[in-house]
Ligand binder design. Sequence first.
Ligand SMILES: [Zn+2]
Length: 296
Amino acid sequence: MPYEKKEKVYCFDSEIFGEVKSISFYIIKAEKPAVVEPGPNAAVEKILHALEELKIGKDEVAYIFVTHIHLDHGGGAGLLAKFLPDARVVCHPKAVKHLVNPEKLWIASLNALGKVAEGYGKPDPLPEERIVAVKDGIEIDLGDDLMECLLTPGHAPHHASYFLKNDRILFTGDSAGVYAFGRIIPTTPPPFKLEDAIISLEKMMRLKPKVLAFTHFGFAENGDLLEALKVKLQKWGEIALGVAKDEGNIQTLHSKLLEKDGDYKELYELTKDSVIISGFHQLTLLGLLEYAKSKV
Ligand SMILES: [Zn+2]
């Protein structure tokens, strides 16, 4: 399987629905190996295959890091854990109940994503004793490196990000938006909280990561990406507030963003045939507008 590599971290494309560069997963070849982002059920076979190619035994994997429970990130945690008998699943404390009993999450996902959710697959329940719920700032020992766990709500209340300290690689989940074709935009589904998202970004900026590992999609040298996303989030917040004050709808918000944000416009053009990204796109507009309406 093709991959990209930074230090001891391998990035693979899960190619869900045959779409390339939409959803990635990561394998850390540390003394205690780990998977970051099990992705949806539909990615699990690929993860197992990738582990085999990297010559990591199924019983060697020590951790599965889940950034949040949305199906494209944590939906496959229960299924993957069945194949990796000694792996513990690391997540935000608010994610635990959904991983143990995914029924409510599944219904909400079907409502929000429809056929895309069906393609991702229904999450398998995960036994509670396999879960490690993290506190902000705790470190998990991977033998030759440490993974610092950060609670990073905003995109979702149950979002965590993970920082591999020696390699200075930050796994952002959706807390730093979507990065594609060299452009970064926020992802803001309901119940999006702008203030929390900014605080989470600032927390991540303080770590000074060298590399960002996006779920959508792949590695990027940090440079000013986190700062750029913060500026953009603030700008989007102002645009959405204007639309909410004028009692506009999602279509109005979309038109305003097209007009005022060149990255948004270009990414919209480049990704409109992607089933996965267009699903996010609708939810991003909805969450942003609902947030703005709550402020008017
Ligand atoms: Zn996502």
